[in-house]
Design a protein around this ligand. Structure first.
Ligand code: DCP
Ligand code: MG
Length: 575
């Protein structure tokens, strides 16, 4: 829509460059002699509705940003570790526009809509958080206008931003008015029953990152706090609220808060937190929680494998506060960490009586904590999957697999690797798969690829009341490490979940392990409450007569449950 008003603070000098983002990147990478201005990132501060002290603060942040040395956008350019932000006086020249304006009408008084659509338009938090974290952060999460969310992702100078929003990037115009989905690649069809305000997450589209991601992340702190305090019902209330907001396709502002209040699972308490966030850009309780020693210790403790909220509370009550305290408590000296991690320290080696393989005890978890807390990029997830399947092929041919979990939902980085495995032979594949999990893990251990096993379960015993031969799943939760090739390519330990399913339940296992957690929870609830069915990773059955179903595709799983198939990248119903 063309604006009748000329943008007030936009000079009409001819734009030196069009398609700012593309040229910015190519200038940076191809022309080593390009001048400093070419390498700087232009930021336009829209002063409308902005307090003078905020303008001053933001200007100062921009002026000082080049002192920082970590600039991931430039990491591919040898020797260029410095990045300068530059205030520009014309919105046309801007790579990023910082504004407190949240509504299209108001923005159009200052910036022509056609120009706005070509920029990344963010809130001041983008600048503040970038400075705090010492790197330019992806813009999508800080989109100032819900309506320009897609464009902000696309025009973000961070080339990774659209990967973090995997389905952003199309030029589609439809957005909310037509589809009521925040994901333009997956519009909601007219006759669809999918609704963002549906009670069940499995009937909503939940993108990886939503227009209200900042709010969701603050609510997640409160959810975590309740969980760590053992207030499970309160934690679940927050989890449900987060899940509903993840699917809400509009940027929440004062004008549409009433719509949010009408959403399911949004009670008075959470509504007031949302209101506070809209007014002040933060929730005061979050600040308090984050400054609590008890919260910080519990977060650190539960990051260690084997320590859950209950153990963390016990450790805290006995006076322990830091990881150092924990190392003393579990008698792990920092010097022996490497040896423990590599199974070289016999004193710490705990061999499982069932698997005969080293177990991941809390001691080992402590030693490995830094490596296991590192996020795994998609390329490494794929590499590990290839290595695992290659090894499996040595034991059994004809196996099939799907990488599930966060990877399948489009996450740029995962906390672990989840692989569901089965056999292509639907008739006798069950026998082919039985016992395979333990065999594979043993082989991976012998090759030095698996270092520890946290858990290993086998197919459930045959249920004599059942008329079919259908069983459950085999699972192994292990620690995996790719072989390192010298110092150049030093790999770290990763968590690997292997799930072996009989062919009849392969697709239920794939659905059950794709997640997210809340999506799965509601899938089970929907099946039980609305359809008289039981859904789990290990199968679908009818409640009244235990009749079993064996879907032959993922879509069939959804059909059996009378659900519309939802693309995995829209099953991100958790943070
Ligand atoms: N899952 C579940 N309920 C749980 C834990 C897991 O339904 N309590 C299912 C849904 C998850 C999937 O298993 O998405 C894999 O679990 P992960 O813990 O590996 O979580 P994600 O793969 O989703 O994320 P990440 O591994 O990056 O943390
Ligand atoms: Mg996972």
């Amino acid at each position: 829509m063309p604006s009748s008003k000329r943008p007030s603070n936009e000079k009409l000098s001819p734009s030196p460059r069009s398609k700012r983002r593309r040229s910015y990147l190519s200038d940076t990478y191809t022309d080593a002699s390009s001048d400093f201005q070419e390498q700087s990132l232009n930021v336009f501060i829209l002063d409308a509705k902005m307090k003078p002290e905020t303008i001053e603060e933001l200007s100062s942040l921009i002026d000082n940003f080049h002192h920082f040395d970590k600039h991931p956008f430039l990491k591919e350019k040898e020797g260029s570790t410095q990045r300068q932000l530059r205030i520009c006086s014309s919105v046309k020249d801007a790579d990023v526009v910082v504004t407190v304006v949240q509504m299209r009408k108001r923005l159009e008084r200052h910036v022509d809509w056609s120009i706005a659509r070509r920029k990344a338009i963010v809130t001041p938090s983008w600048l503040r958080d970038s400075v705090t974290s010492r790197q330019l952060l992806p813009c999508g999460k800080y989109a100032a206008l819900g309506e320009l969310y897609e464009q902000t992702v696309r025009n973000c100078p961070d080339a990774d931003c659209s990967q973090k929003f995997p389905d952003a990037g199309s030029d589609s115009e439809f957005l909310q008015e037509v589809s009521e989905s925040s994901d333009p690649k997956h519009p909601i069809k007219k006759d669809s029953k999918i609704r963002y305000n549906h009670r069940y997450a499995c009937m909503r589209h939940s993108p990886l990152l939503c227009p209200n991601q900042g709010l969701v992340e603050r609510l997640a702190i409160l959810r975590r706090h309740r969980e760590l305090e053992g207030l499970d019902m309160q934690a679940l209330s927050y989890e449900r609220a987060i899940s509903v907001i993840k699917a809400f396709p509009h940027h929440i502002i004062a004008d549409n808060i009433h719509e949010v209040s009408d959403l399911p699972h949004i009670g008075q308490k959470i509504r007031s937190k949302i209101q506070e966030f809209i007014q002040h850009g933060d929730i005061s309780e979050c600040k308090n929680v984050l400054s609590e020693t008890r919260y910080r210790s519990s977060v650190d403790f539960t990051a260690i494998y084997g320590v859950g909220p209950v153990t963390a509370r016990k450790l805290y009550s006995s006076g322990l506060r830091t990881i150092n305290d924990l190392e003393k408590h579990y008698e792990v000296s920092p010097q022996t960490n490497d040896d423990i991690a590599n199974n070289l320290s016999q004193g710490y080696r705990l061999v499982s009586s069932t698997t005969g393989l080293p177990q991941l005890s809390i001691k080992v978890g402590l030693a490995l904590r830094e490596e296991l807390s590192l996020q795994i990029p998609r390329s490494e997830v794929e590499e590990i999957h290839d290595v695992v399947m290659n090894e499996l092929a040595h034991i059994r041919s004809g196996c099939v697999s799907t990488i599930t979990g966060g990877y399948r939902r489009g996450k740029a980085e995962s906390n672990d690797i989840d692989i569901v495995v089965s056999h292509k032979d639907l008739k006798c594949g069950g026998d082919q798969v039985k016992g395979l999990c333990a065999k594979l893990v043993k082989r991976l251990y012998d090759q030095g690829l698996v270092t520890h096993v946290m858990h290993m379960s086998s197919f459930r015993e045959h249920d004599t009341l059942r008329t079919t031969h259908w069983d459950s799943l085999e699972k192994a939760l292990a620690v995996f490490i790719l072989p390192s090739h010298g110092k150049e390519q030093k790999h770290v330990h990763r968590r690997l979940d292997l799930i072996f399913a009989a062919p009849e339940v392969y697709w239920t296992a794939v659905v059950g392990w794709t997640g997210s957690k809340m999506f799965e929870r509601d899938l089970r609830l929907w099946a039980k409450q609305e359809k008289g069915m039981k859904f789990g990773s290990s199968g679908i059955s009818r409640l009244h007569d235990s009749k079993l179903y064996f879907p032959k595709s993922e879509r069939e799983v959804f059909e059996l449950l009378d659900l519309e198939w939802i693309h995995p990248t829209l099953r991100n119903a958790d943070l």
